[in-house]
Design a protein around this ligand. Sequence first.
Ligand code: SF4
Length: 721
Amino acid sequence: MSKQVCIICGYVYDGALPFTELPNDYACPICGVTKTKFAIVTHDFKEAFLKIDYGLYVLTTKDGDRDNGCVIDALMQLTDEPPVVAFSINKANMTHDMLMKSREFNISVLTGDAPKELFRVFSTKSGRDIDKFQEFTDTKRSANGVLYLSKHINARLSGKVIDAADAGTHTLFRGEIMETKVINNKDTLTYSEYQKDVKYRRMFCYQCQQTAKGTGCTMAGVCGKQPDTAREQDALTCEMIALAKTMHEQNIYKAMGVDLIVDGLFTCITNVNFDKENLTALTAVIKDKRIKHGGKPAMESDMLFGGDEDVRSLRSTLLFGLRGMAAYAHHARILGKRDSEVDAWFIKGMAALGDEHSIDEWLGLLMEFGGVNLKCMELLDEANTGVYGNPVPALVSLKVEKGPFIVITGHDLHDLKMLLEQTDGKDINVYTHGEMLPAHGYPELKNHPQLKGHFGTAWQNQQNEFKNIPAPILWTTNCLMPPKESYADRVYTTSVVRYPGMNYIEADSNGHKDFSAIIDYAVRLGGYSEDRQFTGGNGGTTVTTGFGRQTVLDNAPVIIDAVKAGAIKHFFLVGGCDGAQPGRSYYTEFVKQTPKDTVVLTLACGKFRFNDLDIGSIGPFPRILDMGQCNDAYGAIQVAAALAGAFNCGVNDLPLTLVLSWYEQKAVCILLTLLSLGIKNIYIGPSIPAFFSSNILNALVEKFGLTPISTPEADLNKILG
Ligand code: SF4
């Protein structure tokens, strides 16, 4: 029986079942690609050769007026005194013939950011058919008169051929190196990385915490996003940048253009929109608008995540922050709130993504953005509390009562309100899921008696938890996972959330949504015949919420007295997103181990790791105080500022530590806001964002004391001394 080798990672299938009889959805156990990426192993030496790794280089030479070059991989240093290297070139290459004549060469040492285009020009094309340097223009000439690549390299070596030996299909050259130049400290691109990351790269996305191998999704998204959807999101982003540049240059801040950009950004957040056709349609609308205003064409989407590592890092951080802020601006706008400064900054920030900036300018933009995002969160706070009242503490049951019910998830309180109004008096109960939990604290939402309780644990458990429930589920924002067949008929999405083939509820021109289809389906499904008691992640049967900004501030005198009396020694804000990574149990353990004289403020969905725990109370308060959704970070900042005012100190001097868990892009904008406020020594986990380059991370550590989480024990010891 012949073996099959994965041409991406070199894994060899040698199982008992013939490869052809493996199921069609068989995936490589190492890199996850499908069966189509496997090839029969015909010679054992080839299989072994696939295990040899080496760097990749472009060797260039010049014969008279003619420049040419090709990719080589077989290069080695022979001696350093004298500096001599050896390399081989296929005799069929024109570069080979030119080098035999000219004897002069340059070697450009490639780095991992080398684009596919470079390999198309220097690897798959012949100098006999094209002038390669007409197609690849990022070049310079060294003292020997030979061209070398000026981008995507870390070093250049210039040399002369000493001798050439026949090696069958190839010629083996020895060359003396006459001059070298080190450009940067980036790693050299290896052949195996090229195979995996460049040649077969079908997409690139590294915006969320679960990104593949902690570096980037290149074959398909860990979240389920397909390559064509990812590429369309990139195209949409580039069109939004082009439209923003047009608006910025012409000083036009039309609400319509801002809204298109805000919704386009929101659409690209992790677990929001998997519908490529919808993205294509949105891209077309934005492109039309740009053309109508005489704007210049959008940049190539390959450029979005290309270029210098640090610049790419800073550009990505701003883009992902803007995506996060867009979600908040969208929710505020739906409730009738917008702010001209926030609107203008969407245009300024998006336009800035298409321009060149120094590192200092990028850092300045990020800090400015953090301040604007605070304003945007304040806007949403005003909108939510203005329409639904200030949240009040609520004990929320995890029991589902018998009879028809609907589960609603995401962050959009307006969608929930419309659903509640349309289910009033119909004997259909409504249960929140995920980030909708804080709705139970809002007076204008909780006054609908059919808003009974909360269903489910963390969002990443949805594929398991939704499969058997006799009820439809409405997604209003992230986090949608690819629905399983077992509940696909019960999936309803609305707003920016879309998944091909799933039910979608559109708003009419007044923003009204007709939820009768989901209500009718809930009636047909009928719900449970008896009450069902569910539990949280730790076995609890209730959770609390509603400790919003106003409730905490109203109780400030009690809290301040408790601090002065020594009953409260420290505050922790353990907040942020949840995710599937096993390392996230850190947050459960951390909260469990906090001393009894400390208070845990929390917000966003990371709390599902611990919000059903009973860790006691201090005076009238439970020790875990749920302040709300991720955007309620605004409220937490107000509380911190008020405490600092009461104790006549800065926020950094308070007995307060922020321990953040991040997953998607709203966490990015919140982090930038906290840093822009000068808040230091924030703990962050479960991993550092892949889009922070080492230099940028070092800068954040040095300036702000940003600290990766370690273990709950070690971190608590460090914090509490
Ligand atoms: Fe990968 Fe996250 Fe991007 Fe999905 S959103 S493709 S998981 S980095």
